[in-house]
Ligand binder design. Sequence first.
Ligand code: HEC
Length: 181
Amino acid sequence: MKNFKLIIALVTLTSIISCNDKRKPQLQYMPDMYVSVPYDVNGVDGVNGNPVNLKPVAGTIARGGHPAYDIPDTNEGYELSKENLNPLEVTEENLANGKAMYEIYCATCHGKKGDGNGVLSQREKFSGIPNYKDRDINAGTIYHVIMHGKNLMGSHASQVTYTERWQIVQYVEKLRIDLAK
Ligand code: HEC
């Protein structure tokens, strides 16, 4: 009987001590039933608490996005770009937005007409800005030059979206035809 009391006392004591520490998580039975293993991107995984940094699979395109432009900024890349066609149809809307974007981002150097006589050219801030009609360019190379730039001209890829770039291309081709008239 004496032993029995002792056992009761010990059990009570142990349970008080073992349940007392509220700061530490208690033992969890089958933790991934509570904390899912599929991870929170850039969070921690539910099992080991290791940081997770899930990157999209290489070549993945965001929903509603467009393929990455992977033609390199080399002479071969420039030649290769000649084969790219403008995916946009020629419409008044595309041309109008192309014009608007062109006048914001390109006309300062290239001039409103594309003759190379923009404000920065007039003020002699930039030299060697061509007249579009003197260059053997097509939709693919114009897009390529917007993406990568060329010599003194920097890349404009980050200023305009995929669609805007092709709208600008359409407009530059129109300017080029008008200049040749
Ligand atoms: C800061 C001045 C500047 C701006 C802004 C600029 N360009 Fe240029 N661009 C140049 C210069 C300089 C060249 C000549 C590069 C060379 O061939 O050496 C050039 C060349 C070009 C060419 C001819 C490339 C070839 O293959 O011969 C195209 C097409 C062109 N630019 C389109 C654009 C478009 C479209 C924009 C606007 C999105 C733009 N540029 C903005 C300075 C500029």
